[in-house]
Design a binder for this molecule. Structure first.
Ligand code: ADP
Length: 436
């Protein structure tokens, strides 16, 4: 019931409140209902005991919560809270100047100062400070001023006893409640702070990694874009003074090779940026045809025609995933398996296997190419890392591949023996999105 009442009295911008302010708001609504209950409760006890002089006090306790709740609802949060506190203080003052000292109303002054801190918060501490002064002043007036009201001087003894007990319970109970609330708020803020700190540390290390990558990126891109241009410039200078058409053709071919390499490099940079920025899509990928399509697209690579492709993928295997990421993964892994083949071996092969086991989709690409020396294995997934002088690529392919696999929440591993061949395995969770 209380949560729905809180929703009902929340102002329209409640969802933008900080969590501590939300808690304070809820406590205020709770205090409104407490004031209402206490007012009704005392009024009933007084009426049952035929004590009528304090009824105006209970009228304040009963009517103010409505006013306060209306102010809260219309976004006058601090005013709503202060009205409630001031009305309760006024009621306490009237009770203390009308009830005999033995009724124990003076105890109620204790939780007042804590309540204002709990309700209004530390940011508006000057309001709390003023309110505390007012509480002290009211207490002084009530017990040391000349303010005794000419009400009944001798209420029944059992009435005094009941009042003393209830005032004690209210004073101690609300003090404990307020202190508990403040401690809880503090503990929550500490936990929140710790979580945020953890979050910040993770973000910071990601940012540091990104910064290092950016440095490497700028260095390598500028170097790799410039070097083919310098060699093209050199070749054109040579060509200018060459009359032999055979030699000229040779220079033209060399220029063409350099331009092709640079074009490949730029394509990889574009692929890298697309992989980072473009959102994941969920598309149906008929995987068997998809693999064949990629092999056909890579046939132009040197030596590809002398390699035997063994494909073990179910013909009706449909993968529900991001096509562009899988294109990146397959073209880089198959492309490398072709590029780094071992031309000294008579029977060269590339085996591609795709399986669906449980909720994982696994693709394995195996070759009997040159293999990767032990000292390079850990670094081949790094940005711009080339593991061999035979590489004419950018050293970006496996980095982009591993980033694409990461985006699919998967993992990529490599087993390789130098001179024997390599085995790349990509494992991606599919959550019932692949079927045969
Ligand atoms: P690039 O091929 O442009 O050099 P990659 O990131 O694709 O860059 O690969 C990084 C390095 O990993 C390559 O330079 C090569 O040394 C090694 N490598 C990748 N795949 C294979 C493979 N199938 N066989 C042997 N070496 C490989």
């Amino acid at each position: 019931m209380i949560p729905s009442l809180i929703d009902f009295f929340s102002p329209s911008n409640f969802k933008h409140f900080a969590s501590a302010d939300k808690k304070r708001f809820k406590l205020t609504v709770f205090m409104c209902f407490l004031s209402l209950t206490v007012g009704i409760f005392y009024a009933v006890i007084d009426l049952l005991n035929s004590v009528h002089y304090a009824l105006p006090i209970y009228a304040i306790l009963i009517s103010t919560p409505f006013c306060s709740l209306w102010l809260l609802k219309s976004s006058h949060i601090v005013t709503g809270k202060m009205i409630l506190l001031l009305a309760a203080l006024a009621a306490t003052f009237f009770a203390s100047v009308s009830d005999p000292f033995e009724a124990g109303v003076f105890m109620i002054y204790v939780p007042f100062s804590i309540t204002s801190f709990a309700l209004v918060g530390f940011e508006k501490r000057w309001i709390n400070f003023l309110f505390c002064c007012l509480v002290g002043f009211t207490f002084y007036l009530a017990y040391f001023g000349n303010f005794r009201l000419p009400y009944e001087q001798n209420p029944p003894a059992h009435y005094l006893a009941i009042s003393l007990i209830f005032n004690f319970i209210i004073a101690v109970g609300s003090s404990i409640l307020m202190v508990y609330f403040l401690i809880e708020l503090n503990a929550e803020s500490e936990t929140e702070l710790r979580e945020k700190e953890k979050d910040l540390l993770v973000k910071n290390s990601a940012l540091e990694k990104l910064n290092q990558e950016l440095d490497r990126f700028v260095y390598s891109v500028s170097h790799d874009l410039r070097s083919p241009l310098s060699s093209i410039l050199g070749l054109t200078n040579l060509a200018k003074f060459e009359n032999d058409t055979h030699e000229l053709k040779k220079y033209m071919n060399m220029i063409q090779e350099r331009v092709k390499a640079q074009d490949e490099f730029i394509k990889e940079i574009i692929e890298y940026s697309r992989n980072v920025r473009v959102e994941l899509k969920s598309e149906e990928i008929p995987f068997h045809a998809f693999v064949f399509q990629h092999i056909e697209g890579l046939r132009y690579l040197e030596g590809a025609n002398n390699i035997n492709f063994e494909i073990d993928v179910h013909e009706r295997l449909i993968l529900q995933s991001d096509k562009a990421r899988w294109k990146t993964i397959l073209s880089n892994l198959i492309g490398n398996a072709i590029k780094y083949h071992d031309h000294r071996k008579e029977k060269r092969y590339i085996k591609i296997n795709a399986t669906l086991t449980g909720s994982f989709f696994t693709v394995a690409i195996e070759d009997n190419g040159s293999g990767i020396p032990e000292e390079h294995k850990d670094k081949i997934f790094d940005m711009f890392y080339r593991g061999t002088d035979a590489s004419t690529g950018s050293g970006l392919g496996l980095y982009i591949t591993s980033e694409a696999v990461k985006q699919l929440n998967g993992s990529i591993q490599v087993n390789s023996e130098y001179g024997k061949g390599s085995y790349f395995i990509v494992k991606v969770p599919v959550l019932n999105s692949a079927k045969t």
